[in-house]
Design a protein around this ligand. Sequence first.
Ligand code: MG
Length: 262
Amino acid sequence: MKKKLIIFDMDGTIYLGANLLDGAKECFDYLWDNNIEYVFFTNNSSHDLDFYYNKIKNFGIKCDRVKNFYSSTEVAIAHLKKCGYKKLFVVANKSLKDKLVNDFELITKYDGNTKIDCVLAGFSTELVYQELRDACLYLQTQDCDFIATNGDFRCPIEDGLYIPDCGGMIEWMRLCTNKKATVMGKPNPEIIEYLADQFNVPMEDVLVVGDRIYTDILVGVNAKVDSVMVLSGETTMEDLKNYDYRPTYILDSIKSLKDLLK
Ligand SMILES: [Mg+2]
């Protein structure tokens, strides 16, 4: 299989928590040596891209901070700008809020008078109840938009364990307000089109690689590009029975990817 651009998930695909998966470094060396472009794309909006750049670089993988790193945050910000929004109420980590302050006014409390354009939710590891409460009050009292960076229910960490992610947070808000967030990260196919365009590569030369069926693989299905599911993270062969779509290829881990690309 010949591809020109590979879009990689990180958590569960390249590493698990602090541990690089076996064969990952050799895989990226192969891509580098064979001029196959790669991008690290994460739905995880709890860290900024410098965090991922440093993590990947410290694993000894060749990468460029600007060229190779994208997250659902960039896609969400591009969308908010396109909509012409000015005032936001944001439930997310400080790192995401810091990114937004240049382009938007961030409202930090519900007061019953201030009109906002949008409630934005991101994976928050700094979540406080007051934020969730105020976001839900805005969603019930105003005809504002409701956007989420990602819809992942949980994020894999070390030892086969998970921590709650943005998908659960927006589900909690939906149960309170009856409003459903529009999700910007994977599986929204706009990401693949955006990246193919950035690298000037036709869609048929794009491959997505990830460990989660309902985000990493579904984004490939939605964008009609080939996908590889690795079994090193969240989704198991057993789980596949619950979905009516399939990855193009299934591998035990990233270790076997370079054989597939030869
Ligand atoms: Mg993953």
